[in-house]
Write a protein that binds this ligand. Structure first.
Ligand SMILES: C[S@@+](CC[C@H](N)C(=O)[O-])C[C@H]1O[C@@H](n2cnc3c(N)ncnc32)[C@H](O)[C@@H]1O
Length: 343
């Protein structure tokens, strides 16, 4: 029988009361909502919600219609890698409030077996106590179940490797930092994404911007890699760099008929990319000019892929000594960059 009731996010009792902000999570009473708030606030947004995805694990969906080029959400990192020298990871994690520690260990880890939140929390505290006492954890490691700790450390590293997003280096010559985000790090990859995220130093947040119109209920996707490689190369890069077999609509051939306009356009542009080479810069640049037109006319353009095409055209025109064309494509790159960061 359909009751229209869902379990309270805190105590599990069935209820029809929704959080008034996100309108997605249910709480049976104000007390439960209050007690859950430290955890719930990390993912409570009126514009997106996190839910199981048909493709892979948990992911992010739009709660509202979003127009192309508008900001969907802006999010502060839970953790930044500048704070994480791996030796000090336990210290950083120990300083996190319980809600953030929970959020941390609930992230996917495709590199190691994973550990439970309780087990991890206990180990981190043990390691931290030892660190404060100035003891070398390795010297007495056996006594405190080396293997268990090793698993936790592995899992911490695995979580960071699976989920963090690069934050652009603040000055040239310094290494990119990485950030872990409650919402943004749940977004799955697609080879034809509808969104892009980028770091806004002025806000000290990552912003998620729609690069296509998005309808309420649509899954939000970003691309983890360059979208103009052919299917095999994209699959190889995702497998090697991110340890998964991509099941996005474009890779699975579900994005319309394989002979559709869009699919043909993707294949044509992939072939143009595959044939461009530094020894023939002018021909490569002209190929990319054709590609830009194809992308625009076939409805697969996004500010993200256009920025990339213009950047590559700029490069090849530069190599061919065509200054005017180089400058034109540079101006297009800057224009799309502004759209992408939501300016
Ligand atoms: C940053 S996480 C994204 C959130 C993840 N779905 C979760 O449940 O936490 C990246 C992981 O999601 C999965 N994933 C993301 N995009 C995918 C795709 N297009 N096809 C298959 N798996 C994907 C892979 O397991 C990948 O390692």
């Amino acid at each position: 029988m359909l009751t229209g009731l869902s379990p309270c996010d805190h105590c599990g009792q069935h209820t029809s009361n929704f959080c008034s902000r996100c309108r997605k999570t249910t709480f049976c009473c104000a007390d439960c909502q209050k007690l859950s708030w430290p955890d719930h606030k990390l993912v409570c947004s009126p514009r997106v919600f996190i839910c199981n995805s048909p493709t892979a694990g948990q992911t992010v969906f739009a709660s509202v219609d979003v127009n192309k080029s508008s900001i969907i959400i802006a999010e502060k990192p839970l953790l930044r890698s500048s704070e994480i020298q791996f030796d000090d990871l336990c210290k950083v994690l120990d300083d996190l409030p319980a809600s953030k520690l929970n959020a941390f260990f609930n992230f996917a880890d495709v590199y190691s077996g994973g550990v439970t939140v309780d087990e991890a929390g206990k180990c981190i505290r043990e390691m931290e106590v030892r660190r404060r006492r100035g003891k070398n954890p390795d010297a007495t490691a056996e006594r405190i179940e080396v293997e268990r700790m090793f698993n936790v450390q592995q899992s911490c590293v695995g979580i960071l490797r699976t989920n963090t997003i690069p934050i652009a280096a603040s000055s040239p010559g310094t290494e990119d930092e990485h950030g872990l985000y409650s919402i943004l790090c749940r977004i799955n990859h697609s080879c034809f994404p509808n969104s892009i995220y980028s770091w806004r130093p002025d806000l000290q947040k990552h912003v998620l911007v729609a690069i296509q119109d998005i309808t309420a209920g649509d899954e939000i996707f970003v691309s983890y890699i360059d979208v103009w490689f052919g299917r095999d190369e994209r699959q190889r890069r995702l497998r090697e760099g991110f340890m998964f077999d991509c099941k996005c609509a474009r890779c699975e051939g579900l994005d319309g008929d394989v002979n559709s306009h869009r699919a043909t356009a993707f294949r044509t542009v992939e072939a143009i990319y595959a044939s461009s080479e530094p020894s023939a810069p002018l021909a490569s640049a002209m190929g990319l000019v054709d590609a830009i037109e194809i992308v625009i006319n076939s409805g697969i353009s996004t500010p993200f892929n256009l920025k990339q095409l213009h950047a590559d055209a700029q490069y090849f025109f530069g190599q061919a000594g065509k200054e005017e064309e180089e400058l034109y494509h540079r101006s297009q790159v800057l224009a799309y960059e502004n759209i992408i960061i939501g300016v």
